[in-house]
Write a protein that binds this ligand. Structure first.
Ligand SMILES: [Mg+2]
Length: 113
């Protein structure tokens, strides 16, 4: 992960883009790139989307990478350790969705019985 962070910083700084990459603009950019990812699947059924992803891995991969690059940079500029944040959130989610209550159901944690 550290090598990836360094490479993203280098790419940004070589272009003097740090001035544009504040947290608000990075959050906006994550959403825009996530929308580009969604656009690939727009109007497809679940099955069609699965086939599309399998048959168009490069296009899907590029949009996933766009989201990830902005996400990693947002974590970097806000001083958040992304790996630790993910671990902490998975721990929290595990408490919100105990296996015995959540297994095989898509119910939101607030409505789990
Ligand atoms: Mg894109």
């Amino acid at each position: 992960m550290q090598d990836t962070i360094e490479r993203i910083r280098k790419f940004r700084d070589e272009r003097d883009w740090k001035q544009f990459h504040d947290p608000k603009n990075l959050a906006v950019s994550i959403s825009i790139e996530a929308a580009e990812l969604l656009e690939l699947f727009q109007w497809k059924t679940g099955d069609e989307a699965g086939r599309f992803a399998a048959e168009n891995k490069e296009r899907v991969s590029e949009e996933i990478a766009d989201v990830a690059i902005y996400l990693i940079e947002l974590a970097d500029v806000t001083g958040i350790d992304l790996a630790k944040a993910i671990e902490a959130k998975l721990d929290k989610n595990a408490r919100k969705y105990p296996v015995d209550k959540a297994r095989g159901v898509s119910t939101k944690y607030t409505d789990l019985k």
